[in-house]
Design a binder for this molecule. Sequence first.
Ligand SMILES: N[C@@H](CCC(=O)N[C@@H](CS)C(=O)NCC(=O)O)C(=O)O
Length: 219
Amino acid sequence: MLTLYGIYRSRATRNIWLLAELGASYRFVPVIQGYRLADPAAKDAPLNTTSPAFLAISPAGAVPVLDDDGFVLSESLAINLYLARKFGGALAPSDAQEDARMQQWAFYGVSAIEGPALEISYAYARGEDAAEAGRAVIAAAAQKLQRPFKVLEAYLAKSPHMVGDRFTVADINMAEMVRYAQAHMALMDAFPALKGWLAACQARPAFKAMWEKRATEPA
Ligand SMILES: N[C@@H](CCC(=O)N[C@@H](CS)C(=O)NCC(=O)O)C(=O)O
């Protein structure tokens, strides 16, 4: 039995999206980030990342976490690579080289893209683009993304997918990291192949279903 701990407004979205693509059945246990609660230690607080019951499952105190019949795994990208391999099929690596390439893109995304892209996401979500200081934060983050986005742009101008000739878990992992920068429209417009690939990923029914559900969760 698969259990996913997390919340839609977290990196769990990439796992929820993949699980839907795989047609996998699983139990979803809502766990909210402790910092989003006024008093995460309150007796009536919902299960959160600082709850002793959750820390017993994952000492790192962060979502998402997967439990596959007692095999507990954290790190959203590792969870997705594991799930893809476990279920197999077109979303999974077909050989060791594809496997390595999927890991390469995941490590590149998390080391070069996710951090600055998240800075952009948070700044827009908080309305900070309305003030000069916020715009400076956004511009600095966009500057950090120039180099990795050029890499992706050159790659995606030649290939419609991150790995192989089909949509795979590598597309989901990268799309969910690039998404955090999406609110910066001028940045995305500067990278048309990347923007087109992201739009194609997000046109998939499994992404749309996840996104609609996410919108029902309080911000
Ligand atoms: N690298 C980790 C990051 C996990 C992470 O930071 N999760 C956030 C939500 S997206 C969280 O649970 N934060 C709670 C906290 O930091 O207290 C992953 O990809 O799973």
